[in-house]
Design a protein around this ligand. Sequence first.
Ligand code: LLP
Length: 411
Amino acid sequence: MRPRGGGVLRADGVSLEALARRHGTPLFVYSARTVRERLDALRRAFRRREPLVCYAMKANPCRALAAVLAREGAGADIVSGGELARALRAGFDPRRTVFSGVGKTEAEMAAGLRAGLLAFNVESAEELDALARVSGRLGRVAPVSVRLNPDVNARTHPHITTGRAENKFGVETAEALRLYARAARDRRLRVVGVQCHIGSQITQAEPFRRAARALARVVARLQAQGIRLQHADIGGGLGITYKDERPLAPAALARALEETFAPWPEMRLLLEPGRYLVAEAGILLTRVLYRKKTAKRRFIVVDGAMTDLPRPALYGAWHPVEAVRTRPGPRRRADVVGPVCESGDFLARARLLPPLERGDLLAVGKAGAYGFAMSSQYNSRPRSAEVLVDGGRARLARRRETLKDLIAAER
Ligand code: LLP
């Protein structure tokens, strides 16, 4: 999203001020155009093969937004029965959908089998046994892809690194080979692929290259045993620029995959991007409630909080913050903080901001991924509304929660 225009921020031509007036704040605004552009960029990066892009629903499960990707022919990557239901509702083809996650329940497996998913990314021997049992019970054959832990350092934030040997995810190569041998003998299971996911917000090509090679070694070993895989799935993790990061270009990832899998031209290559597709498509609109100054600091208290966009509080993440209408005057350094009763409740720290007054609107950028998706009702705050802008028109994708919603499940 390029939220610019004549000194007043707009979203793809739509007035953010009008959206805030109409739907209230805090408000997430998404750009369908940006999502399409990102998907195109990713697909165009591949020269020799057409990858299957499976959108990681966890980044943003908003139906209207996900439906944009489904309509463009993307598949989905899901990690729960909830995401399965929402992926189907958004229009994703189950035959283009993979089921990841270290703790799938048998009920979730059954739902995935009934839907006819492309693959279950299996992460342990016990999970494989459970999957076989469930598919036997349903009279189905479960498509199996083992999640490999390639012990690669993705060199990203420790909370979002997943491909090291000490992480809970995936299995090491020797164990993966044992699982394939076991699956190949079982008529309730069908071996279809190999997968890994080494972390998120990765900015270098090298970890992907190493992970791809680790996957290829498994493909070769299996081939020697007469087991042929239909696909290799490198997972998600492509980083973006929040501040001054210089992430690898999708072309670098494409090259690593195409080169590594050149010996198997018939294999399909899968990706599971979340952030890359949607982060830059979203902003969080929030209104200034109060300004206050202490001996040490200047605070801008806004109506958005860590409950809406937890990334700064959780990971110390940096998101761009701009005034929707810039007032003339000197910029001052301030913390942008929310109303939640925790000192960790900030959206931005020590940021140079133009003069602001009560009621002014701020746009927190790159909030399309892991924003609303991770939002909560902590402090009994109803979750915000979401708006999708498409073709110069805005429509409400999810209404703001009400006080009634807060207690609807209570008995
Ligand atoms: N596939 C699997 C199996 C995953 O676990 C993830 C993300 C993805 C794909 C998508 O990764 P992406 O392309 O979005 O990097 N809440 C954190 C990010 C957690 C990522 C978890 N797994 C954040 O806000 O930075």
